[in-house]
Design a protein around this ligand. Sequence first.
Ligand SMILES: NC(=O)c1ccc[n+]([C@@H]2O[C@H](COP(=O)([O-])OP(=O)(O)OC[C@H]3O[C@@H](n4cnc5c(N)ncnc54)[C@H](O)[C@@H]3O)[C@@H](O)[C@H]2O)c1
Length: 372
Amino acid sequence: MRIGVPKEIKNHEYRVGLIPSSVQELVHHGHQVLVETGAGLGAGINDADYVAAGASIAQGADQVFAEADMIVKVKEPLAAERKKLRKGQILFTYLHLAPDAVQTQDLIDSGAICIAYETVTAANGSLPLLTPMSEVAGRLAPQVGAHSLEKAQGGRGVLLGGVPGVPAAEVVILGGGVSGSHAATIAVGMGAKVTVVDRSADALKRLSAQFGTAISTVFSTRAAIEELVRRADLLIGTVLIPGAAAPKLVTRDMLKTMKPGSVIVDVAIDQGGCVETSHATTHADPTYVIDDVVHYCVANMPGAVARTSTFALNNVTLPFALALADKGWKQALAQDAHLRNGLNVCEGKVTCEPVAQAHSLEYVKAESLLGL
Ligand SMILES: NC(=O)c1ccc[n+]([C@@H]2O[C@H](COP(=O)([O-])OP(=O)(O)OC[C@H]3O[C@@H](n4cnc5c(N)ncnc54)[C@H](O)[C@@H]3O)[C@@H](O)[C@H]2O)c1
């Protein structure tokens, strides 16, 4: 199969769909890989690295889209890229179609086979191609929070780990899932006093087993959150109710009780945020202040560490990319129900129920398209 890797064109997107070791694996399986010139530069990968791995370099996106049987990307295709897709071509990338009617219609019109990273599942019910980005965002949260606590950034001038004779900062993490537990790992490592709040007894048990007495775990109630919000120097929001908007656990009234210069990092902002005063920000202008509280609400935090994120993403996407290339999409999807769950749009039909519902479009089961 001919696999194409275009350069990402979304604003401030520096990740790339395939890294050289993934290219090498695909080439070893007998496939050809065409990478757009400069596609890896944002992640610190040169054209020469791709050539050494066995790829060819294309001078522009037009050639990549025209020649490839499968396009492997990171972000959803923008309008200019969607125009280049063709019937029967496989698109393997993040899509996030439910809130995007225009993209959904363009993908339907393209006739391409569109497989979304974010809806591929695993046997334990998780979303394995989303997990690494939650890990990255979780680990970044204490780092950006610590920076925002610095006086020059509008923070209260508190060092997360304290120093001998001066207490460490109090870090409160709302939600102890993937992002929350990774945030706790880094906050503990930086010497902070860490409390994690979750409403799942299983999550609290898991955290307690992982961290022992290095953190406190608290069951999520309004009263508990009120008390912890008042005490926090750094509040990190990582709650998720799958498929739903994030619950607003921190209200405007609670914000008024926070210490001046304290910091909120609302990782859950991509689902609307779990703080009433959160609104999405960008890496170019990541913070704003309300009621003397610094808010950091960047919706694509992993983009800040494009290289780590690219490698983490490839670790989980490569086995699926190989299956699609080796077997062809029909057989690969027929044999793997979890990969099949990633199929969102196929040859003009919407095969992901929530996407069909969101846009009042006809839903066709992937199984019926595949004759299963
Ligand atoms: N901003 C970014 O760049 C970025 C990057 C990656 C992920 N995210 C987002 O981070 C969020 C968390 O993702 P995740 O993979 O860690 O999810 P997860 O499902 O692993 O964890 C969410 C946790 O929230 C808990 N929770 C739900 N409701 C709660 C409540 N009322 N009180 C306390 N805890 C509650 C759940 O029990 C669960 O343990 C998601 O919205 C995800 O999209 C954002």
